[in-house]
Design a protein around this ligand. Structure first.
Ligand SMILES: *Cc1c(COP(=O)(O)O)cnc(C)c1O
Length: 407
């Protein structure tokens, strides 16, 4: 695939100057990106960090091939914690309070179920209309199996605060909306939740590795998130989960697998959960997937994270400013970067065809039915010139589509 030539304009030159001055521009070289492509789908599947293939070869040949079963006593058993500790600084959590495990869906189930059983006098799981589908499917399935009358209530985002009453056991929200990138005020929601006596479970799938999150400072109860989006852990990478340290030992995982046992290798007949976050582990950890994620996370080592995330916001701003005012195109994401994640969503009635055209021109974003186009800007490997070029190509595609609609 080759990228369509974009005219040299003052605006494009300015974008190139920004890339020259970008203190993070070297990070792009730590990724294996195909040539001739502007990859703006890192919010769906992060790009491949260069170190991962070599690390996988090493793990397979030496750790698995040579060490065989001894691998478990040489780091494998600790890998969910070690990987969690690499994620922790990205979400403002203490290092020993994050576990890399299972998928986001399964982690949602584990934490929501543990919250429900800790709140036996309450029967509502509250969420917002338009939350990510798997999050709601999981809540509905959990309600069916809860063994008591649980109702899942979805209200409009601006009705959440009013709906937080003394029937609510758990509020669960995606910190950043997967479609519009609108961001919740985590501190305000946590405070309202606690005032109402409810627990709060955040889905950080579109936040971790993309925006500043501070679970400790905002007094969050629980969180989960994805390993394969902005964390670049690879397709189906393990997800992560967080529980506030003082809550951990008061909650019980509903999936009492042996890896959450205090002493799995005692093969005891009695289940005794581990103290701390380890009790939320279930079965044998997927060492290959964890090794890839753990290696991928090294890209974030020693980085000024607020500055990195500000770059992502700059890229989104540039993209929005360049496409703004295009006839027929609606910008769905907030203009205010303080309440926006690191992707931009726009709508057009011909969205699907426009995305196909962009893809043939080397710009990879994604289409969400019925009419939404999403463009994700990972500050690790996206450049200002990419944001500029993609916006110009989108603008041209929309103009052409509008002209044909009028024919
Ligand atoms: C991507 C995403 C998921 C994915 O869940 P999986 O269990 O990994 O399939 C869940 N929730 C949100 C909000 C997401 O963006």
């Amino acid at each position: 695939m080759s990228l369509t030539q974009i005219p040299d304009t003052a605006q494009r030159n300015e974008a190139e100057e920004c890339d020259k001055a970008d203190p993070f521009v070297h990070l792009r070289r730590r990724f294996d990106l195909p040539g001739g492509l502007i990859y703006l789908d890192g919010n769906s599947l992060g790009a491949l960090p260069r170190g991962v293939a070599a690390r996988m070869g090493e793990v397979i040949r030496h750790e698995w091939g040579d060490r065989l079963i001894d691998g478990w006593w040489n780091g494998w058993l600790d890998l969910p914690h070690q990987t969690g500790a690499r994620i922790a600084p990205l979400i403002g959590a203490p290092n020993d309070s994050v576990l890399a495990a299972d998928s986001t869906s399964i982690n949602l189930y584990k934490l929501a179920a543990s919250a429900l059983s800790a709140q036996k006098d309450r029967h509502v799981i509250l969420s917002e209309v338009g939350n990510f589908p798997t999050d709601m499917y999981i809540m509905e399935g959990l309600a069916k199996l809860a063994g008591r009358d649980i109702s899942v209530r979805e209200v409009a985002p601006d009705a959440i605060l009013d709906a937080l009453d003394d029937t609510v056991a758990l509020l669960t929200l995606s910190h950043i909306d997967y479609r519009t990138a609108r961001m919740w005020d985590m501190a305000a929601i946590n405070a309202a939740c606690h005032a109402a006596g409810a627990l709060c479970l955040w889905d950080l799938s579109h936040s971790a590795g993309a925006v500043t999150v501070d679970l400790t400072a905002t007094n969050a109860d629980m969180a989960v998130g994805c390993g394969y989006k902005f964390l670049n852990g690879g397709p189906g990478a393990p997800a992560f989960l967080y529980v506030r340290p003082d809550l951990q030992d008061s909650l019980d995982s509903p999936l009492q697998g042996w890896m959450g046992h205090q002493d799995p290798f005692a093969f005891s007949e009695i289940y005794k959960p581990k103290p701390g976050i380890g009790r939320f582990a279930c079965g044998t950890p997927p060492i290959l997937g964890l090794s890839a994620l753990n290696e991928a996370l090294k890209v974030f080592d020693d980085i000024d994270l607020p500055a990195l995330f500000a770059k992502g916001q700059d890229l989104c701003d540039r993209f929005i400013e360049t496409v703004a005012g295009t006839d027929g195109l609606t910008i769905l994401s907030p203009q205010d970067r303080a309440v926006r994640g690191s992707h931009v969503a726009v709508a057009h009635e011909n969205a699907e065809a426009i995305m196909k055209r962009l893809s043939s021109q080397g710009v990879i974003g994604d289409f969400r039915p019925p009419d939404i186009m999403r463009f994700g800007f990972s500050p690790l490997y996206c450049r200002h010139v990419d944001a500029h070029d993609a916006a110009i190509l989108l603008r041209d595609a929309v103009k052409e589509s509008e002209a044909s609609l009028q024919d």
